[in-house]
Design a protein around this ligand. Sequence first.
Ligand SMILES: [Zn+2]
Length: 143
Amino acid sequence: MAPTYVKALSEAQNHLCCYCHQEMPAEKHRQTKRNQPTKDHVEPRCHGGPTRPDNLVMACAQCNHIRGAMDAEVFYDLIWYWFRSDETLHARWHHISHHEFRAFQKECARIHQLQWQRRLKRCVAARVLHAIVPLPFLHERRA
Ligand SMILES: [Zn+2]
């Protein structure tokens, strides 16, 4: 993928992650392991998604890693559900603890597996998703 294309895509997204909407700085010195821009395959590579402009968006490294092979739409619904469940989470998204990072990643893997088992529709409505996501780990963390 040509670097100019990646640059154009980042600019088209106003340097915001397509999932969490946090800034992904273009300047190297402002980038961290979590906020750096990465190419993200909407249809995951492991499911045969091609590396082509029509299958790529720019996502922060953190969202990219937490999402794993989950459907892009489901991941989007899920993280905004998390942001609504914990009003501090959006602001500190790129500063969450390693423990939280792993918990979110595990939750995505679990839901992804459930989705395949139940052959749910690709674009799961948020209310369906909420019914299958108990989020016990969010409450454990607060306790
Ligand atoms: Zn993000």
